[in-house]
Design a protein around this ligand. Structure first.
Ligand SMILES: [Zn+2]
Length: 423
């Protein structure tokens, strides 16, 4: 918070409000409610400091932000609450705002600072909030928070209006861009950056005063986030509660060696395989291994298309780990189709562990041909194992997609989830 508003306020003493009535004890009902609707969030809140935000002198923030999350100098996560705003909210809305801030932690926003210029930062903040409200959909349903929050629906309305006024960057014959529900923040970011001209930012996104998390991208921030997530995950699992996959992915990103990539991959499968197919996995789990002999494929098995970059970008050890994982998945009743690819698709086959003799080698990498081949298996999910060094930019196949990367590098396509297994 800056003090640059102070000179004005000294001339306008009457603008300084009386002490806020709200204090932290007033959050009790909100926290109980959070425990009942999502214990993981409540567990993460227990790992986070809560404080009352001193906004007496900052009218702009006092009337804008509901809360903010930051990492303190002593390496603690800290959610600061706007007492003036919280005092006017019911406990459910209070809980939703706290969960919004926690979602920034869960989604790794505190520890990734990839965009530098002011406009990108502003658009990214909006894109992230849109993504959060696709997870915390109760925010949209809230009478009080629904229309003051960034939502896909609200943005789509604004896009239509701006298009009708000729203020979007569109081709003459192009249809009005609209955001999809349940999409990623990355996609929201790309669309907004593409269509909204510079100079229209304030009009569209509002003034940048609700910016509710810092740009901490240091080792200390990562350690703070990792520690909080790790404890929250452990406490949630101890009570047989559900842990969001995003929390595990962020943890694996912030604390490489403590989380096995295999367990994150499992969560990705668990989240994306339909219920009917899950029962197929569970049923097979309880049977003997010999049910998976070739030709004995039962209908309704979940299908994983696994693309493996065999251009030589992955080490023998990494490839061996992947094969070991395929063997386990095969035993559990998944149908795994392997597409070996470098600049082109080299081989493709159904994975049968006891017949497997190793991957072929090659050179150079293009990603699109392999993804096209993967789609021919009509997979439930696609996983792409590689170093993300690509000649091409593949298109979103519209299937749950997991990039498993062996290098700290952005995937060539702006879709799917990323699991970084580099050391
Ligand atoms: Zn936010």
């Amino acid at each position: 918070m800056s003090d640059d508003l102070l000179p004005d306020l000294i001339e306008n003493n009457d603008e300084i409000p009386p002490d806020p009535k709200f204090n932290l004890r007033d959050l009790e009902d909100a926290i109980i409610y959070m425990i009942s609707i999502n214990p993981f969030y409540a567990n993460l809140l227990m790992q986070t400091d809560l404080s009352i935000w001193d906004l007496k002198r900052n009218k702009k923030l006092r009337n804008g932000a509901g809360a903010s999350v930051r990492i303190t100098k002593t390496g603690r996560l800290d959610i600061r609450i706007n007492p003036y705003f919280f005092d006017t909210l019911g406990y459910k809305d209070q809980a939703l705002i706290l969960m919004h801030e926690l979602a920034h932690v869960i989604l790794g926003h505190m520890t990734s600072n990839r965009f530098i210029d002011t406009r990108q930062k502003k658009v990214l903040n909006v894109a992230r909030d849109l993504g959060i409200h696709e997870i915390l959909t109760d925010v949209k349903k809230s009478e009080r928070l629904g229309n003051i929050s960034q939502t896909v629906e609200g943005v789509n309305k604004a896009l239509k209006k701006m298009a009708s006024e000729g203020r979007l960057l569109m081709q003459p014959d192009e249809s009005v861009p609209q955001l999809k529900n349940n999409d990623t923040s990355e996609n929201y970011f790309t669309t907004l950056m593409k269509y909204i001209p510079e100079g229209e930012d304030d009009e569209f996104f509002g003034e940048d005063d609700g910016h509710d998390f810092g740009e901490e991208d240091t080792d200390a921030a990562k350690a703070a986030v990792a520690q909080a997530l790790q404890k929250a995950i452990a406490n949630t699992k101890n009570n047989a509660g559900k842990v969001p996959m995003d929390a595990e992915i962020t943890l694996s990103e912030t604390m490489k060696n403590k989380v096995r990539w295999q367990s994150v991959m499992r969560r990705f499968l668990g989240t994306n395989i339909g219920i009917d197919k899950k029962t197929s996995v569970n049923r097979r789990n309880r049977r003997n291994d010999d049910i998976t002999v070739p030709g004995n494929r039962k209908r309704g098995n979940p299908v994983i298309a696994s693309i493996v970059d065999t251009s030589g970008s992955m080490t023998k050890e990494e490839l061996a780990q992947i094969v070991a994982e395929f063997v386990k998945l095969e035993k559990e009743g998944y149908d795994i189709y392997v597409i070996e690819a470098d600049t082109d698709v080299k081989r493709y086959y159904k994975f049968i562990g006891r017949k497997f003799t190793g991957f072929l080698g090659g050179g150079g990498t293009a990603y699109q041909p392999a993804i096209t081949k993967a789609m021919s298996y009509r997979p439930d999910v696609i996983m792409y194992f590689g170093d993300m060094d690509s000649y091409d930019t593949p298109a979103d196949p519209g299937v749950p997609f997991l990039w498993i990367t062996t290098k700290k590098q952005e995937p060539p396509g702006k879709f799917g989830k990323v699991l970084d297994i580099s050391g």
